[in-house]
Design a protein. Structure first.
Lengths: 280, 371
């Protein structure tokens, strides 16, 4: 199953003392990360910890305030953006859903990085599109407007858009947030399958720690803009991390079926500051 | 393995979803719609040339067109009055509707239209200013001189540019800021127009026809002004279609697809502004057309601009030609106690018609679509 694996010697991502944020609001300082090709990385952390901002910086959705992000060894913000789009696809957290756009019309757009604007003038229906639709089991829905689909089907349609870009790297920002547990697992299985069968590098922000532990090789926990833990799920997901980083008392036990670490949160611990902030 | 199974409904689909039409299912379907609309447009245009104070039969129209009319006034009526006017109506309607289709997609707002981002008001102000200035000069009283369209298109471009610049923050613009700025600029520009209307009291008739939009007295001179605008902007229209298609998926998705988002937005907006300003510069501030035509087109072919744009253009052309046809018919003398003939001989301006019919029709459309 290694035939699709990218032959690049440089890591998928390197960040070199990157500071990120919005305008004058710095979210994260001097972040240095390396993410290897063919791995599954989950970014976790409480709300406002900077995990989404970090993902957006890797995705070039926001430019770093300082430092640089390297995609396979090249500064991502200096590469032609269409060239980047042939290497990396993004599943953003929020999507605009144009009324009456069909699944096929959406998925077709994934060919933009490969054929360019003028190439998109004609209808596209190639192997990559069929493959993306097959992978996401949307064959019966191709002519349905997206706004008539259920939440799970809709998220699969956006996945199909990202897949039809045929990239080696896939970034996902809280892909499971609005899905029920069945559709969450379904999507995470699909993502893991991409990694396992095609060697696609996965970097995702996940809120559910147990899903992060089960569907990643590496967890990066962030708090207040800093990486506080980084390693295999079994090392990162500990009662101490849950207390220090998330402010909950929790037990961590092995999942009886998969063996991955599983946390059971018991009660929140609020520091006095936070309590004041919450009341104010 | 794609495992395409064309047997329609997925077993687990929510009930009711099956009622959704498959109208965008095939290119053939939407192509048939476009061809039908094209034929309809030609039909309405031909009817337009036939009907008027004097009604011509198809044969008479044909003879006049090939310059073999039985009587001189046939040729003049057809060739000098009705043909240029119907061509202007079709082209201006198509341009205004295309502008609306682009704006609704790029601003990701179904209520966006040239008038919500101030372009219509800017162009109208330009025209009104030019009219007010030329009132002082001799023989410049009608809206035939090219000075007025020039000033109008300039006004529209300036208003559009102003909205874009005022919406710009750090990395670029965003749809919400563009719309809010547009609404404010539109209101400000309109108030300036109102002021000019108030102080130039004696020629208010000519100005009002610009405000509501009119095809009266439009002739080859205007078409010669409108056609180059349309031709020059055409390459940008073609370029903007795939860009707007990607932009309507949201900024993050556009970046993922490899668009230079702000550049793409600027190109698309500029195209929409030129289309609208060009249209308004010749026919005035036609109400609702830029809003309704893309809505109607969307119900026919969906939201993919590769089909939505040509469909909007055709629908816009059909609406404006039909509206002016109706406006002319209702202005005829045979209707009792109906004497809305103004001093300059022009009758009910078509803009009054689209405004009158447009508002309730738009409400109806919205209610239908909200269900």
């Amino acid at each position: 199953m290694t035939e699709h694996e990218p032959m690049m010697s440089d890591p998928a991502f390197t960040t070199d003392h990157v500071s990120t944020g919005y305008g004058s609001h710095v979210v994260s300082r001097r972040l240095s990360l390396t993410i290897e090709h063919g791995t599954r990385t989950a970014l976790v952390g409480p709300n406002g910890s900077g995990k989404s901002t970090t993902l957006k910086t890797l995705a070039r959705l926001i430019a770093p305030l300082r430092g640089a992000v390297y995609l396979s060894g090249q500064d991502i913000n200096r590469l032609p953006t269409r060239q980047v789009a042939r290497q990396m696809a993004i599943l953003p957290q929020v999507h605009e859903v144009p009324a009456e756009l069909t699944v096929m019309e959406l998925v077709e757009q994934g060919r933009f990085p490969h054929v360019g604007a003028l190439g998109m003038l004609r209808r596209r229906d190639d192997e990559a599109i069929q493959d993306a639709i097959g992978m996401t089991r949307l064959a019966d829905f191709v002519h349905r407007p997206i706004d008539t689909l259920s939440g799970g089907e809709r998220q699969r349609a956006w996945m199909a858009l990202a897949l039809s870009q045929q990239t080696d790297i896939l970034l996902l920002d809280e892909p499971t947030t609005f899905l029920d547990v069945g559709h969450q697992l379904d999507l995470l299985e699909l993502i893991s399958g991409l990694n396992r069968d095609r060697g696609v590098t996965i970097v995702m922000v996940l809120h559910d720690l147990n899903h992060a532990a089960r569907f990643s090789d590496r967890m990066i926990a962030m708090s207040a803009g800093d990486v506080v833990a980084d390693g295999p799920p079994a090392e990162v997901l500990t009662p101490r991390l849950l207390r220090d980083c998330f402010g909950v008392e929790a037990s961590v036990v092995p999942d009886p079926v998969t063996g991955s670490p599983m946390c059971i949160p018991h009660s929140p611990i609020f520091s006095e500051d936070e309590e004041n902030a919450a009341n104010g | 393995m794609t495992g395409a199974s064309p047997n329609g409904q997925h077993p687990g689909t929510v009930s009711g979803a099956g009622a959704v039409s498959d109208r965008t299912a095939t290119g053939v379907g939407s192509r048939r719609i476009l061809v039908t609309l094209g034929a309809l447009l030609l039909g309405v245009m031909f009817a337009y040339v036939m009907l008027g104070p004097v009604i011509f039969g198809p044969e008479q129209v044909w003879k006049a067109l090939i310059d073999q009319a039985d009587e001189v006034f046939h040729r003049i009526s057809v060739w000098e009055v009705r043909v240029p006017r119907v061509l202007i109506a079709a082209l201006a309607g198509a341009m205004l509707a295309s502008s609306g289709a682009f704006l609704q997609s790029v601003l990701r707002n179904p209520l966006a239209a040239p008038a919500t981002v101030g372009v219509t008001q800017g162009a109208v102000l330009g025209a009104v200013l030019a009219l007010a200035i030329s009132f002082g000069t001799e023989g410049a009283l009608d809206d035939l001189n090219a000075f007025v369209p020039m000033a109008a298109i300039l006004g529209g471009l300036l208003a559009g540019g102003l909205v874009y610049v005022l919406s710009y923050r750090r990395a670029g613009t965003d749809p919400v800021r563009l719309i809010l700025t547009g609404v404010i600029v539109a209101a400000a520009v309109s108030s300036v127009t109102s002021f000019i209307v108030l102080v130039s009291g004696s020629h208010i008739d000519s100005i009002v026809r610009w405000l509501v939009g009119s095809l009266g007295n439009r002739t080859w001179e205007h078409l010669v002004f409108l056609v180059p605008v349309a031709v020059l902007i055409l390459p940008l229209v073609v370029m903007a279609v795939p860009l707007a298609n990607a932009l309507q998926l949201g900024d993050a998705s556009s970046v993922s697809l490899g668009l230079r988002t702000e550049e793409a937005r600027a190109i698309t907006l500029m195209t929409a502004v030129v289309l609208a300003a060009g249209s308004v510069s010749v026919v005035g501030g036609i109400a609702f057309l830029g809003l309704i035509a893309p809505h109607l087109a969307r119900t026919l072919v969906g939201s993919d601009l590769r089909r939505l744009l040509p469909c909007s253009a055709l629908v816009g052309a059909i609406i404006l030609v039909s509206a002016d046809l109706l406006a002319r018919v209702f202005s005829l003398d045979w209707i009792p106690f109906w004497e809305i003939q103004t001093e300059s001989g022009s009758r009910v301006p078509v803009g009054a018609f689209t405004a009158l019919v447009g508002a309730p029709f738009f409400l109806y459309l919205m209610r239908e679509r909200m269900r």
